[in-house]
Design a protein around this ligand. Sequence first.
Ligand code: SAH
Length: 213
Amino acid sequence: MKDTHKHHGLRNQLVKLIERKGISDKNVLTAISNVPRHLFMDSGFVDFAYQDKPFPIAAEQTISQPYTVAFQTELLKVKPNQNILEIGTGSGYQTAVLIEMEAKVYTIERQKELFKKSTLFLPKIGYNPKKMVFGDGYKGLPENAPFDGIIVTAGAPFVPKPLLSQLKIGGRLVIPVGGDIQTMTLFVRTSEKDFEKHELGNFRFVPMLKKRN
Ligand code: SAH
């Protein structure tokens, strides 16, 4: 499937909508306008790709709503060449947005099916993460730490300690914390021992689960 003028037009409308909802970081908006979201979705949903909604992907997971992707990405304050860890590769859409922002992306997925799919798909359309891991995001990725930013794209019942400890000083962890409904939470590491915590509204993600599947 191709990326056509029609898709570009729909994407520009989506970007305008996200801007109206409060996203102002130009780099984030540019990234959203560049990533062909329709290619990340199952064929049955392709026509809906530029609605601001989450949609089912394989393994009972979802591709996040574009506004949510933009909101989390804005909170990360990504700069070129930063090392970013993503927990929950899923469709690879958020990964692609981070790569558009010139981040070096490490991404972990616990569902084999999704891991296999995104590992083949992302490079095929020109997005090359630094590392794609089939594993448990609760542990983070100690061998590649510390990170400038960590983004969790599943609802976490609690904040995993390894993720906090794998942040650089000045690094940012963006994580939805809670049960059925989660609070988007930003941690900024201000020293070896200290973290600032900000709570930024409610969201609804698929739950972060333990172990691989
Ligand atoms: N970033 C994705 C969002 C996918 S939904 C996208 O843009 O499409 C959340 C993903 O997190 C799912 O694919 C789910 O399988 C994965 N996940 C859940 N628990 C996990 C864990 N402990 N470690 C890694 N990935 C996990």
